[in-house]
Design a protein around this ligand. Structure first.
Ligand SMILES: *Cc1c(COP(=O)(O)O)cnc(C)c1O
Length: 407
């Protein structure tokens, strides 16, 4: 058997589509990759995983790349899940964990999705890829495209963090700064697709990024010995990770690999500077209307409209979770507080999640003894523009008076 993928399925209406060729959207909405889970259950047990290399490719049966194709890989996956006791104490939760995705290739969890999208693009013979990006997705795509020997085009808002601009340029991508937001960049890729023969790596416009991001959920289950946490708090832009994890938990449950049928409550966190999902959740709507004038220092959350909005909202609701917005004005100070209390390079997006936990504990929607996992989706040090530093300078090192530097 070459793959356990049975077909692709339109998320909006369940239409079955052929998985043997390049597919994009159906009725302008994303696709699910479906597997023959019965056959996977016959072929592999959860204990078989134990001796496999610590990358996301250890879940190969649950991934779309056929077995006779080599992955395009930079060794991604198996990020640590770290206990955050001191931070948890200050938030009022005793069992707080941070899954630290900042340690992945290109410094963000985007490498999970893009290694899968690029591996599948290569399997279909693609040589030219393009992406609109708020930052990290472009960096990851550029790296994997370079790894695969493909030509890459990246379109990003002109105020995207400079580190993201640099990582794309260094990886040899053709990078363009766009006077607009990520949706304007998306419009360029959509219009250029035909004339430029691009494979469109936009969030959820090809079915495979979800499958890469899904591995966060598979890892979490394995790392917690097949007992899922009570609450997952996830910073949401396009929503791929939240959607992917929710899918992962269902696949694991269907395989009978989980010790309990109890699923985590999925909490989607956004900044109140760009919170289309939280607003739709509050209004009891299944689709989110675009956010005007999106502005947040958490660039990964600056997604005014997501094609998978209903998939995010469905997961939050089905799981008994929620979607909330936290104050933009508190994100930076919370980031400093989180990094300094745990030493984990928490990005602004994850700092928003810290604020989310704080609020849900205050409102008694998270109980003090529940196991809570926050996703640190990227590396703190990518956000240099957001933190203008004014550090003291020692002009004359030989005659430093130590009394002046004591705190
Ligand atoms: C892309 C990104 C997000 C949002 O992720 P989605 O899965 O698209 O919702 C959050 N944080 C960081 C650092 C990101 O790069």
């Amino acid at each position: 058997m070459n793959t356990y993928v049975s077909h692709l399925e339109a998320a909006i209406d369940g239409t079955r589509l052929d998985a043997d060729k390049i597919q994009t959207l159906h009725a302008d909405r994303p696709l699910w990759v479906r597997y023959d889970l019965g056959a996977i259950g016959q072929a592999v047990t959860r204990d078989d995983l134990r001796d496999r290399p610590p990358t996301l490719w250890r879940y190969r049966e649950l991934l779309p790349l056929p077995f006779d194709h080599e992955p395009v890989t930079l060794g991604e996956g198996m990020s640590p899940v770290l206990r955050a006791e001191r931070l948890g104490q200050s938030l009022g939760v005793a069992d707080l964990w941070i899954k630290d995705e900042s340690q992945l290739p290109t410094g963000s969890f985007k490498s999970r999705g893009l290694c899968m999208a690029i591996s599948m693009a290569k399997r279909f013979g693609v040589t030219r890829v393009a992406i609109p990006t708020a930052g990290n997705a472009g960096g990851a795509m550029a790296a994997y495209a370079a790894r695969a020997g493909m030509e890459a085009y990246v379109f990003m808002p002109k105020d995207t963090p400079v580190i993201n601009q640099l990582e794309c340029a260094l990886a040899g991508a053709k990078v363009f700064l766009v006077n607009g937001l990520i949706n304007d960049c998306g419009g360029i890729v959509k219009r250029g697709k035909e004339p430029m023969s691009w494979f469109d790596c936009s969030t959820l416009k090809e079915p495979y990024r979800i499958e890469g991001k899904k591995t966060m959920g598979l890892e979490l289950a394995e790392q917690f010995d097949w007992k899922l946490p009570d609450v997952i708090v996830y910073p949401t832009g396009g929503g791929t990770g939240l959607i992917g994890m929710w899918k992962a938990f269902h696949e694991l449950r269907a395989l009978g690999w989980l010790d309990s049928d109890k699923m985590p409550r999925m909490v989607s966190v956004q900044s109140d500077g760009c919170a289309p999902i939280a607003r739709a959740f509050d209004a009891d709507e299944r689709f989110a209307s675009p956010w005007e004038n999106a502005a947040t220092c958490a660039s990964g959350l600056r997604v005014p409209g997501a094609v998978g909005d209903f998939m995010i909202l469905d997961a939050a609701r089905e799981s008994g979770g929620c979607a909330i917005a936290v104050p933009e004005g508190q994100i930076k100070s919370t980031m400093e507080r989180a990094v300094s209390s745990e030493g984990i390079a928490v990005c602004p997006e994850a700092a928003a999640c810290v604020l989310g936990v704080e609020r849900l504990v205050r409102e008694a929607r998270i109980k003090p003894d529940e196991r809570v996992v926050i996703f640190n989706t990227g590396a703190a040090n990518k956000y240099i523009e957001a933190f203008p530093l004014d550090l003291p300078v020692i002009t004359d090192p030989a005659s430093l008076d130590f009394a002046t530097i004591a705190r």
